[in-house]
Design a protein around this ligand. Structure first.
Ligand SMILES: Cc1cc2nc3c(=O)[nH]c(=O)nc-3n(C[C@H](O)[C@H](O)[C@H](O)COP(=O)(O)OP(=O)(O)OC[C@H]3O[C@@H](n4cnc5c(N)ncnc54)[C@H](O)[C@@H]3O)c2cc1C
Length: 418
């Protein structure tokens, strides 16, 4: 059971499994495997709290950041992975502590609308969507979901809406995704807060540093999410108790523990591990048009496309969403998400699809900006995690939470223990 104060600091993130072995708190040297946002934030939180603690981060690649990167070409700026964060005080606290407040702002309030593309038509997602699903069916399936280990398809009894949502978050169809993982607050996974959720929310809102986010808004960094990684790396490099190592491929927590002569309970494994089928793949493209060629597209957040015959599963209106400019004057940019399961690898197929979905006009910019593997979280995943006991700390998005709010809050919770 967590205290009211812990719920105020972390909110629903407390519903997620938190895997810390006995012995972690008495570590003198902690070795973090993986230099993505999780590993870097954990290193920053632990090393700043305890200057006497030795912290080593080992990363298999020659650069840090993991899946996070921001592509830039001239005035075009597009994130490859996360582009904005939903509200959570842990994220705001990190941004403030890193002195990035001036570069962090709320997304454009005019770009909140989201759409779903079904049977050749765009439908706006709103509270009316619940009516489309059927209120009684929806309530029944949500109550049933509290029994645990259901798929998102079972919880949201409208295949297209459910698929659109899960594809947009974890690049997989709803039947393959654990509802406890995606919506732990809805399925009531884990314990409940000691006070009513409405009261708790009010208390949480008072704790945001910098600015209190408006309901339903997201926030982003003016230069893209890579700014956060660059800042973390530069601060960690300057800390005398931190050592950052690139090109170090760790084969297991046991090996890392013996190589660094620490106990396994002092190893923090942030690497998304698992067999190959525990991941799906996604390609990301940026596409830009002259304003006049896309003036028929309303300002908004983006469109989800559940139809598996269309290679694009999501169109994000990158130059509408952020308060900073992401495209040269007179142009608009969109980010296209392409699940590997939905296309043959030919860019022309994507351009054809963009012609139908966005504009028949030629884009002024069309660029493949990256490929990513996304961990899979099949039904029953969260329930199985809470039964496991590990000799080392497990953390990061490959373990118990897909969003950066989870990864950042988890780092604070680990620092609370040390
Ligand atoms: C396309 C996409 C869109 C996203 N959109 C959002 C969004 O809108 N909102 C949101 O909140 N989140 C979003 N996310 C998720 C977010 O990016 C992740 O939660 C976060 O970046 C995960 O960080 P991590 O450090 O846990 O994992 P990773 O970034 O995967 O870092 C793991 C690190 O471990 C390293 N590594 C792997 N194997 C080894 C080894 N054997 N030894 C040493 N190092 C190793 C890797 O190279 C990597 O650097 C998105 C992700 C993707 C891919």
């Amino acid at each position: 059971m967590y205290s009211e104060d812990e719920w105020i600091r972390h909110g629903d993130e407390l519903r997620r499994p938190f895997s810390v072995p006995d012995g972690f708190s008495s570590s003198e040297h902690v070795v973090i495997v993986g230099g993505g946002l999780s590993g870097l934030t954990i290193a920053y939180r632990l090393a700043s709290k305890r200057p006497d603690l030795q912290v080593t981060v080992v990363e298999s690649k020659s650069t840090f950041g993991g899946v996070i990167d921001t592509w830039k070409e001239g005035e075009w700026v597009c994130d490859v992975a996360v582009n904005a964060t939903r509200s959570h005080p842990s994220v705001w606290r990190l941004i403030e502590d890193l002195d990035l407040g001036k570069e962090f702002s709320q997304s454009n309030p005019l770009a909140r609308k989201r759409w779903i593309y079904i049977d050749g038509k765009q439908h706006q997602l709103s509270w009316k969507t619940a009516f489309k699903i059927g209120l009684i069916r929806l309530r029944r399936s949500m109550l049933d979901a509290r029994k645990g280990s259901r798929s998102v398809a079972e919880v949201l009894p409208n295949e297209q809406i459910a698929d659109a949502m899960t594809l947009g978050i974890v690049n997989d169809v709803a039947a393959n995704v654990d509802a406890d993982f995606l919506f732990p607050s809805l399925t009531k996974f884990g314990g409940n807060p000691p006070i009513k959720w409405s009261k708790l929310k009010k208390k949480i809102r008072k704790t945001y540093p910098l600015f209190t986010p408006k309901k339903g808004s997201v926030a982003s960094l003016s230069g893209g999410m890579k700014t956060l990684i660059d800042k973390l790396v530069s601060i960690l490099e300057a800390m005398s108790n931190v050592s950052l190592k690139n090109d170090f491929h760790a084969s297991s927590p046991e090996d890392v523990a013996s190589q660094y002569n620490v106990s396994q309970s002092s190893v923090i494994w942030t690497v998304p591990s698992g067999p190959e089928d525990a991941f799906t793949s996604l390609s990301v493209y940026a596409i830009g048009y002259r304003n006049e060629d896309v003036s028929h597209i309303p300002t908004g957040y983006g469109t989800l496309i559940p139809d598996s015959n269309i290679p694009i599963s999501g169109i994000l209106h990158e130059s509408d969403v952020h308060s900073s400019q992401r495209a040269p004057e007179g142009n608009r940019m969109f980010r296209l998400m392409i699940p590997a399961s939905r296309w043959n690898g030919d860019s022309m197929e994507i351009l054809d699809s963009a012609r139908n979905l966005i504009s028949p006009h030629e884009p002024v910019m069309f660029q493949h900006i990256g490929d990513r593997n996304i961990p899979s979280y099949s039904p029953g995943y969260m329930a199985s995690l809470s039964k496991e006991k590990y000799a080392y700390v497990r953390a990061g998005w490959g373990f118990s939470g897909v969003s950066i709010t989870h990864v950042i809050s988890e780092a604070e919770r680990l620092a609370d223990l040390i």
